[in-house]
Design a protein. Structure first.
Ligand code: ATP
Ligand code: MG
Ligand code: FE
Length: 341
């Protein structure tokens, strides 16, 4: 099928055309870094307004790039959550309007499913089930991906997400926004052994994650005034890598039958993270898969691809499908958490 994918859940507005042969016929993306930079983080109201301004032209541009019209498209796939609700509403409403006027089905995509299936867009050899480390701006989870729509959460963060830790560290060190790439650049100039930083939950039995204590330690190291920002950044990045590695190693024991070790989400764009996980996969005799860097951070190709996978499986959604600020991939795990366990 040929799917129009739309993404607007955070501070990237994007439109893509993706087909069942893994071809990305077009992809247009507009970031909003400049608009948010003065505030050191994403401002939801500014984000929603920016999505409104650029989404229409991006969709028209993507169709033109591919030499297609809406008549050629089989379904419209848009992020319906989780994310900043104003932005999600902009993309989902646009998708509904197009679906209605063009007489095409709507596929409401969970943004996390977009990240979770994105490795399959780039890697035709990647089969289910696989163990996925999903590391993004708002999430840090180990998921056993059994199939399209079948995600079992093995572990999650008990406080901050890994991308959030990168963003907060960048802010604390005055490295700028967006934080992940800024920390990675600074880390390349520093010594990862220079600053002793904690590795929260390292060695603990459940494969959960924690980054809040690490962030506090970065703050103390900064205020101590002994180390350079580059050394702190390098030491921080090494601590995150050590934690992700240890927790994923533990997760592998909970994922018998996994055919590959996979990493996705914005933090998967980090070379140290990718390298460590690839080594872990090799250590366990598992194939390793990670999307190309541009498919790790938010984009519409992964939403289009999730649309392809879900549409091919017979899925479509009613036009009154709501936009959702929260939308867990694994409702069972969420119930347990809600019960205070
Ligand atoms: P979610 O997907 O959980 O809703 P999001 O969509 O905001 O959150 P992504 O776009 O997947 O998150 O990823 C953005 C995050 O990835 C940011 O926190 C950013 O700092 C981080 N990130 C991006 N590039 C890098 C990098 N090279 N190194 C480390 N972190 C990175
Ligand atoms: Mg972003
Ligand atoms: Fe994301």
């Amino acid at each position: 099928p040929l799917i129009l994918g739309i993404e607007s859940s955070c501070d990237e507005t994007a439109a893509a055309l993706v087909d069942g042969d893994r071809r990305i016929l077009a992809h247009r993306l507009a970031g909003q870094e400049a608009a948010h930079r003065p505030f050191g983080g994403v401002v939801p109201e500014i984000a929603a307004r920016a999505h409104i301004e650029v989404l229409g032209p991006l969709i028209e541009g993507a169709l033109a790039d591919a030499g297609k019209t809406l008549a050629d498209v089989d379904a419209i796939a848009a992020t319906a959550g989780p994310g900043l609700i104003g932005g999600v509403m902009v993309g989902l409403l646009m998708a509904k309007g197009i679906a209605l006027s063009a007489g095409k089905p709507l596929v409401a995509v969970n943004h996390l499913e977009g990240h979770a299936l994105s490795p399959r867009l780039a890697d035709p050899a990647l089969r289910f089930p696989y163990l996925l480390l999903l590391v993004s701006g708002g999430h840090c989870q180990l998921l056993f991906v059994e199939g399209v729509g079948r995600y079992r959460r093995l572990a999650t963060t008990i406080d901050d997400a890994s991308g959030e830790a990168f963003d907060k560290t960048a802010k604390l060190l005055g490295l700028g926004f967006p934080g992940g790439p800024a920390v990675e650049r600074a880390a390349a100039l520093g010594d990862p052994k220079a600053v002793p930083l904690p590795r929260p939950l390292l060695g603990s039995a459940e494969p959960h994650f924690s980054f809040a204590g690490l962030k506090s330690a970065v703050l103390r190291a900064r205020d101590a005034g002994i180390h350079t920002p580059e050394d702190i950044a390098a030491s921080f990045q090494q601590a995150v890598v050590d934690c992700l590695l240890d927790r994923t190693r533990r997760g592998i024991t909970r994922a018998p039958g996994a055919t590959a070790l996979v990493v996705a989400g914005g933090v998967a764009a980090n070379q140290a993270v990718r390298g460590a996980l690839e080594a872990l996969a090799i250590e366990h005799g598992l194939p390793f898969s990670a999307p190309p860097l541009w498919l790790c951070t938010d984009n519409a190709a992964m939403i289009g691809w999730a649309g392809v996978e879900r549409f091919a499986a017979g899925a479509s959604d009613p036009l009154d499908t709501p936009a959702r600020a929260r939308w867990p991939l694994d409702p069972e795990a969420e119930k347990v958490r809600g019960a205070g366990v």
